[in-house]
Write a protein that binds this ligand. Sequence first.
Ligand SMILES: C[S@@+](CC[C@H](N)C(=O)[O-])C[C@H]1O[C@@H](n2cnc3c(N)ncnc32)[C@H](O)[C@@H]1O
Length: 329
Amino acid sequence: MLIDTYGRVATDLRVSLTDKCNLRCTYCMPEEGLQWLAKPDLLTDDEIVRLVRIAVTRLGVSDVRFTGGEPLLRPGLVGIVERCAALTPRPRMSLTTNGIGLKRTAAALKAAGLDRVNVSLDTLRRDVFKTLTRRDRHQDVLDGLAAAHEAGLTPVKVNTVLMPGLNGDEAPALLAWAVRHGYELRFIEQMPLDAQHGWKRDGMITAGDILQSLSTRFTLTEEGGEERGSAPAERWIVDGGPHRVGVIASVTRPFCSACDRTRLTADGQVRTCLFAREETDLRAALRSDATDEAVATLWKLAMWGKKAGSGLDDPAFLQPDRPMSAIGG
Ligand SMILES: C[S@@+](CC[C@H](N)C(=O)[O-])C[C@H]1O[C@@H](n2cnc3c(N)ncnc32)[C@H](O)[C@@H]1O
């Protein structure tokens, strides 16, 4: 298994399928000028399936989330899902996506064995979406969400990042909309992962701000009885239930001590954390004919060195060199 020196065990694998994206969200990517990974540097579909197989059959990984960049841009996505679904034990599989193109592929992904999706949507306003993502694709995301719901990729979760002066006032409207459509909304605090390195702590909307704003319109009851465990979202029951809303306070209330994640970039590097500054090259091992056992050992060694925390609170904190789109969110 993937255990670290603090006794945490990673069972949740995030696999980035590409660093490319069809949006340019301001908190994630620059408007232009970001260098894509060269095609030969990307893991092939076979390499991805092999690494997932090693993770699932040798390292105790039970949950696999495909992400990016934008994973729907990966031509082989449905095939990758199908092959991973055939593994024993079968991992639970989900997808983090901006939803563009999901209208076309949701049913095929469900049939291939995908369990559910998280769709990122930060605003209900088309003009704000265009400013925030630098692309006029709001309706495509709404259509993708509806298709995912209809295909049974449920619960459909919606990931939202709020920013002052843009969509910072939309929390109550977004929650009302999510309740109406049966989506589970999760607010994520903005993290220092933008390509421009422009994040400032005092410029972010905190979990506390979000809860205060929601409570102007909803009665929120903290979900009791259950441990937060390794789930990053703290959840609240909305107006007595059954609907829930989550808040991921990655900055103000980090969940590092219960972290159960291991990450694989689209070019085959293991990262122990979004904010890690070191990576371990599994692609080189795969391409030099390493055995499954040798690859698994390398992965274990990488995770063994996982740091206690993200380091966000350390005055000497240095943002990772790669932006979120290249790490895999
Ligand atoms: C990097 S994206 C990749 C997957 C897919 N393209 C999507 O939009 O969901 C994954 C998630 O990371 C979030 N994200 C990106 N940059 C972020 C940042 N600086 N702080 C917090 N969340 C961020 C996005 O909002 C999205 O929900």
